[in-house]
Write a new protein. Structure first.
Length: 256
């Protein structure tokens, strides 16, 4: 009798062990055609494109305060550029904000904003998105030298001169690197990015302080006469002479 009971208990134990080892089958979702296509077609690579530099003169006419003469007191110039996609992502436009302000009373000030197209895709193409490492914004700010004056006087303290010119601000390390300079370039090396030249008026060529969208801003600050324009003729007026862009990377796809 005891043997029968032990046999029955043994059979029950083996049955429980067998049931415990049975696993519920995992449901596998079927592979769709869309998944098959994604596996076969790789993601497109970012393409390098060149934006069209802005070469038309842009001169503000709005007189915010003061008179139209900076009289060699600056002006302190601020300019920024923001890039964006428009027209079903077939175009890149630049929004430009500009301000020039006299550094003493009566603080003569002018401002303006422009929107200018700087790139159009080929027919049948559009930009899906900008590459992750692409900057869409740049800004600069500086105190314009008096008309006819040099940016840096030979023999002067370069570090102090650069600090005065940029009103205490510094060029971001990423911008220095974009120009092919070391991230920690010395003031003497960074100062080579700034220059003045004459073309009707004295023009300041300066890099961005931050953002790698714009390579150089070319700006006329003080002109020696009336500076803030009161007409559509920018000659001998405070103005943006030119804006140069860095190449940029975007993802381009077919228009569907």
């Amino acid at each position: 009798m005891k043997q029968k009971v032990l046999l029955i208990l043994l059979c029950i134990s083996l049955t429980e062990i067998s049931l415990a080892q049975v696993k519920t089958p995992t449901k596998v979702a079927p592979i769709t055609n869309a998944q098959k296509i994604r596996d076969v077609i790789p993601d497109p690579e970012a393409e390098r494109i060149d934006l069209e530099d802005i070469t038309e003169w842009l001169c503000p006419q709005l007189l915010v305060r003061g008179d139209r003469e900076f009289d060699g007191h600056g002006p302190k110039v601020k300019c920024d550029v923001t890039l964006s996609l428009k027209n079903n992502n077939t175009e890149i436009w630049a929004r430009i904000n500009f301000e020039a302000k006299e550094t003493v009373q009566d603080w003569s000030t002018t401002t303006a904003t422009w929107n200018i197209k700087v790139y159009t895709t080929a027919y049948g193409k559009k930009i899906k998105k900008f590459a992750p490492d692409t900057d869409m914004f740049s800004r600069t700010a500086f105190i314009s030298p008096k008309a006819g004056a040099q940016f840096l006087v030979p023999g002067s303290d370069v570090k102090q001169g650069l600090s005065t010119f940029f009103d205490g601000q510094v060029i971001a390390s990423a911008v220095l690197h974009a120009h092919g300079l070391p991230f920690d370039a010395s003031p003497a090396i960074a100062a080579k990015l700034v220059e003045t030249y004459v073309k009707d008026n004295e023009i300041v060529r300066t890099p961005s302080l931050e953002g790698r969208a714009v390579r150089f801003f070319h700006i006329v600050g003080d002109t020696g006469g009336d500076d803030i324009s009161n007409d559509s003729n920018c000659k001998d007026d405070t103005r943006i002479e030119k804006i140069e862009f860095f190449p940029m990377k975007v993802f381009i796809v077919d228009v569907k």
